[in-house]
Ligand binder design. Structure first.
Ligand code: FAD
Ligand code: NAP
Ligand code: SF4
Length: 676
């Protein structure tokens, strides 16, 4: 019996096999599935998580055939010649005491190629390709393909499969009236719409025997007009059980829906009320998911009876040892997923390999190796923003003696970021580093601005300068006016902000400042009910898709008149993360923030800010002008060391301010420490 997380760490008996605990590592596409030599790297990735004692792992989605691929080069498992690479994964996981299921995912109309198919010929808003309508024989062939893939998965040594029935992929397209307009036996009633899923589950169960895991991922809340109603959901769950499913996993929201479901602004465990409604309707274990990122939250969800098991995906990018640390009652040492999507999902959307902001080793297990140092050195690190923190922690982990300084508190710009609504999870990142600074006995000096003279010390073998960035002040006439504030003045709360403001610069920080000013009187707590209402989600599930009848968001109005400005003549926020940029734009738009592109700044004076746009002058009568015009490197200390012959390095924003973010800062810190 584990003291702190008895429910989470309790084994789950499936009759023919037992899972070590109630933790499922949910499916994540990493990009390695398609990369040359990717399966070797995937094997190492999953092996670390298996070693970390996660109860059950699910792979990224693998297509049962060519047309079901998400993109033309996506991975499929449809013939014996694909088995060998999958066996790399299954043996690596089994050698480390884990269990793993293959997720079978048919993209349907979400496929990004001209061969896409769907129950009806209705284009999705997120793929340019209009799908072909599956014929009745095409449907039969597709069911057989699912079954064949499951059989191959069994031959490859997987412990089971997860059949992807949610998130708007093919099976979900059959189930929903939104995408299924058929009048044959595959459309119309819920019995007909679920027939496709039902035949896949029964077909697989018949072929793989009874003692093999068959998980069905069910869309519990489509968040879509014409999506499932509650009766449909219960029907699907019962049918999946009677067709032979061992476990039911939860999916929330279709990919095309403009409602956040996993972003940082979604409160933790915001959707477990949905699984709670279902848990007593079936006898097989039910798994809940979405924005559960700590053992404490997971335990309370299980104690509340919301589900039998917890699925966490991104938290296992952030920390392979999540479960091990929970077992040792050391949750303060967990590197918590902050739900930023910046290095995982956003990378995948850019065709890059997924990794993790807070753990750059994720999906680079064989390449970024942290080993004990061959020669112990004294490493002094100046600046404890994310670059310095990551470098200090990793250097100390390798056995080096680390002395760390910051002119203020530990965290650098993350101390501002964590005050932005929806970015409170950065507090966890700082908690994690504090834990390891203490554990590794790092000599910590805060509120100490280091000078070049101090670094001229024979004790130091290596000097790392991670002194970060300072805000750039653009050359605008009147920039020294008292109504001009920096984003630091605003977010730190040091200066009072008036009711009419213009924000100069619409990068990540410009957007953050606007959101901060929309909420600067909020107490920072995350109220699930209020959040659901804001996004028009119906907790009573009275209508199809689980949306409130008016379906408009309740994100409206603002006590301030705000202008968000940029010089580039393109839509604001275009360069924000693919998976979260739209949320920031939508929130500001609905709160009537006026977003203006293509401006040039003429003058700031007592009247406000004068801009020119497309040849026309406009006076924005504002009380304050807040400058969010990017950063410049703080590299003076490094420059002052140029004549020193000590081993020295410059990292993070101090090295390069352009395009720097916390992802790059942390990666640079870890990469440097790995080779010191
Ligand atoms: P910094 O964070 O600037 O840290 C440098 C540190 O060095 C500071 O603590 C400073 O006190 C210290 N220092 C400087 N000189 C000395 C000296 N002489 N002696 C001792 N100490 C010294 N990035 C993202 O990726 N995602 C986000 O969501 C995100 N949100 C943000 C929100 C806001 C409001 C802000 C301001 C930034 C955000 N960022 C975000 C950017 C991210 O925080 C920065 O890119 C990152 O902090 C830069 O890391 P760094 O370690 O290089 O420098
Ligand atoms: P940024 O993204 O580079 O944006 C800077 C903004 O300032 C741009 O809108 C730019 O637009 C404007 N600008 C640049 N030079 C200017 C000048 N001389 N005069 C007037 N305007 C100027 O930088 P940031 O917003 O400071 O963010 C810093 C880093 O933190 C970025 O890497 C960002 O990705 C990261 N961050 C990420 C998030 C996130 O949620 N992912 C949030 C915050 C920060 P124009 O040149 O068109 O005017
Ligand atoms: Fe979580 Fe961000 Fe890491 Fe993705 S990149 S796993 S969202 S911390």
């Amino acid at each position: 019996m584990h003291d702190q997380y008895p429910k989470l760490l309790e084994p789950l008996d499936l009759g023919f096999t037992q899972l070590k605990n109630r933790v499922l590592m949910g499916s994540m596409h990493t990009g390695l599935e398609e990369a040359k030599g990717g399966f070797e790297k995937l094997a190492a990735f999953y092996a670390e998580r298996a070693k970390g004692d996660v109860g059950l792992i699910v792979t990224g989605g693998i297509s049962p055939g060519f047309v079901g691929r998400l993109s033309p080069f996506a991975s499929q498992l449809s013939s014996k010649r694909h088995l060998k690479k999958h066996q790399l994964i299954t043996s690596a996981v089994h050698d480390n005491g884990g269990k793993i299921c293959l997720q079978i995912l048919h993209a349907g109309r979400y496929a990004y190629h001209p061969f896409a198919v769907s129950p009806s010929r209705i284009k999705s808003p997120i793929s340019p390709f209009k799908p072909w309508q599956l014929t009745r024989s095409g449907i039969r062939r597709t069911i057989k393909a699912f079954v064949k893939t499951a059989v191959l998965a069994q031959q490859a040594g997987y412990d089971g499969v997860e059949v992807m029935g949610s998130e708007g992929y093919l099976i979900n397209q059959f189930i929903s009236l939104h995408t299924n307009h058929r009048s044959d036996e595959w459309g119309g009633s819920i019995e007909n719409r679920f027939r496709f899923a039902h035949e896949i589950i029964t077909g697989i169960r018949e072929q793989v025997g009874k003692d093999w895991i068959l998980m069905y991922r069910l869309s519990m809340l489509d968040l879509l007009n014409d999506g499932s109603n509650w009766e449909d959901v219960v029907y699907q769950a019962k049918q999946a059980e009677s067709a032979g499913a061992t476990l039911i996993n939860t999916g929330i929201g279709w990919h095309e829906v403009r409602i956040p479901t996993i972003a940082a602004s979604v409160p933790r465990a915001a959707f477990t009320w949905v699984t709670k409604r279902l848990v007593d309707s079936i006898t097989i274990p039910l798994i809940t998911s979405n924005r559960i990122n700590t053992p404490e939250v997971a335990e309370s969800v299980l104690s509340n009876g919301d589900a039998d098991m917890i699925s966490m995906a991104r938290p296992f990018l952030a920390d392979a040892d999540f479960v091990l640390k929970a077992q040792k009652n050391e949750s303060s040492s967990i590197n918590t997923c902050i739900a930023c999507n910046q290095a995982c999902l956003d990378n995948v959307f850019k065709g890059k390999r997924a990794t993790c902001m807070v753990n750059p080793r994720a999906c680079y297990e064989t390449e970024l190796v942290i080993e004990p140092a061959e020669k112990i050195k004294t490493v002094v690190i100046v600046g404890l923003g994310p670059a310095g923190l990551a470098c200090a922690k990793t250097a100390a982990e390798r056995g080096h003696r680390v002395i760390a300084y910051d002119a203020h508190d530990l965290g650098g710009q993350l101390n501002l970021a964590r005050k932005v609504p929806g970015k409170e999870e950065f507090n966890e990142t700082l908690r994690y580093y504090r834990h390891y600074f203490y554990q590794y006995d790092i000599e910590l000096h805060l509120n100490h601005r280091v000078t070049a003279e101090e670094l001229n010390n024979d004790e130091y073998d290596v000097i790392v300068i991670a002194t970060g960035v300072t805000p750039r002040m653009p050359h605008i006439v009147g920039i020294e006016h008292e109504k001009v504030l920096s984003y630091i003045d605003v977010i730190s709360g040091e200066k009072t902000v008036g009711n009419k403001v213009a924000i100069v610069g619409a990068g990540g920080i410009g957007f953050d400042v606007a959101e901060y000013l929309l909420n600067d009187e909020a107490d920072g707590s995350q109220n699930v009910d209020a959040w659901l209402k804001d996004w028009s989600i119906d907790r009573n599930y009275d209508s199809r898709g689980g949306l409130l009848n008016d379906k408009k968001t309740n994100l409206t109005g603002s006590k301030r008149k705000m202008y968000l400005l940029q010089r580039k003549d393109e839509k604001l926020g275009m360069r924000l993360g693919k998976t979260t940029g739209w949320i920031h734009r939508m929130v500001l738009k609905n709160h009537d923030v006026e977003m203006i592109e293509g401006v040039s700044y003429q003058k700031i004076d007592d009247d406000g800010l004068r801009i020119i746009r497309h040849g026309e002058t406009r006076m924005l009568a504002v009380d304050n002008v807040i400058i969010c015009a990017g950063q410049k490197s703080n590299s003076e200390l490094y420059d002052a060391l140029k004549n020193s012959d000590k081993e020295k390095y410059l990292i993070g924003g101090a090295y390069k301010a352009a395009e720097l973010d916390a992802v790059a800062a942390i990666r640079q810190g870890v990469e440097l420490a790995a080779k010191l």
